[in-house]
Ligand binder design. Structure first.
Ligand code: CP
Ligand code: NVA
Length: 304
């Protein structure tokens, strides 16, 4: 079992399966333990959040624990206190730290110096909690994660990189349609391509063809607001439209981590249509993150 959760491959395939089963027990109200009783989670948010903040805070409470919301305005980290010092000090008070920030190496540094589990709540490189929730949604609606064909349409961003990490772990086929200059991280792609059929293509229709899961995200991520106009031009042919959904498998589901921009990366007809599972996907954040906290902070076993 890993001590931290910074990326999907931190867990083995068996651990991920056990994690999903635990999350499903929680979702089905077949779990009544309080493994976080008497424990606290510090939540550091250097970027905005609705889902991550609320699902971690409510989840910690439902497991018998308590969560503290720490924004850069509240903590000395925002005024330049070193990450290593923040990690050492918080470890004396709390039983786990969730962090959302910019540079992925900051989260790695936090984990290095913290003596309590660290959970990645999004960096510029990765968003692993979201992709765990996405995979849980795939299990919910398509029965299993492996042996499915997945498509990513749009920016090669933190979500795309985490999907590549999931393909690395589960060995599924993943086609990513990204415009030139907006490809995912080379090192993650190269690692996944050793074990799975992962391709970067230009044409969204080509990626969508026969896919059972169609996934997209905003064109400009947090921290890239000034590039919005330039990105609108680069991504103009990358909208997940009803026409694109017709290229996919007839039972395909549509996922989006949210927040969404209707009329940009996705048409309203798709995100609000019958193939969309985005609200279940958002709900699954709560269940899967509770499973992560129970395992890392509450001694819940993931051994099969
Ligand atoms: N999907 C997601 O992480 O949403 P928030 O930015 O609202 O946390
Ligand atoms: N790629 C998006 C995800 C938001 C949940 C961002 O980083 O802003």
């Amino acid at each position: 079992m890993p001590t931290d959760f910074l990326a999907i491959p931190d867990f083995t395939l068996a651990e991920l399966t056990a994690l999903f089963e635990l999350a499903e027990r929680m979702r089905g109200k077949r779990y009544d333990r309080t493994p976080l009783a008497g424990k606290s989670l510090a939540m550091i948010f250097m970027k905005s959040s609705t889902r991550t903040r609320v699902s971690f805070e409510v989840g910690a409470w439902q497991l018998g624990g308590h969560a503290l919301f720490l924004s850069p305005r509240d903590v000395q980290l925002g005024r330049g206190e070193p990450i290593a010092d923040t990690a050492r000090v918080l470890s004396r008070y709390v039983d786990g730290i969730m962090i959302r920030t910019f540079a992925h190496q900051d989260v790695e540094e936090l984990a290095k110096y913290a003596s309590v589990p660290v959970i990645n709540g999004l960096t510029d490189l990765l968003h692993p909690c979201q992709v765990l929730a996405d995979l849980l949604t795939v299990r919910q609606f398509l029965g299993k994660v492996a042996d499915k064909k997945y498509a990513w349409i749009g920016d090669g961003n933190n979500m795309a990189n985490s999907w590549i990490n999931a393909a690395y772990r589960f060995g599924f086929d993943l086609d990513l349609a990204c415009p030139e200059g907006y490809e995912p991280a080379d090192h993650l792609l190269a690692r996944a391509q050793k074990v799975a059929k992962v391709r970067v293509v230009r044409d969204p229709m080509e990626a969508a063809k026969g896919a059972e899961v169609i996934n997209t995200d905003v064109w400009a991520s947090m921290g890239q607001e000034e590039e919005q106009k330039q990105r609108e031009r680069a991504f103009k042919d990358y909208t997940v439209s009803p026409k694109l959904m017709k290229e996919a498998d007839k039972n395909a589901i549509f996922l989006h981590c949210l927040p969404a921009h209707r009329g940009e990366e996705v048409s309203a007809e798709v995100i609000d249509g019958s193939q969309s599972r985005v609200w279940d996907e958002a709900e699954n954040r709560l269940h899967v993150q509770k499973a992560v906290m129970a395992a890392l902070m509450g001694g819940e076993s993931l051994a099969s």
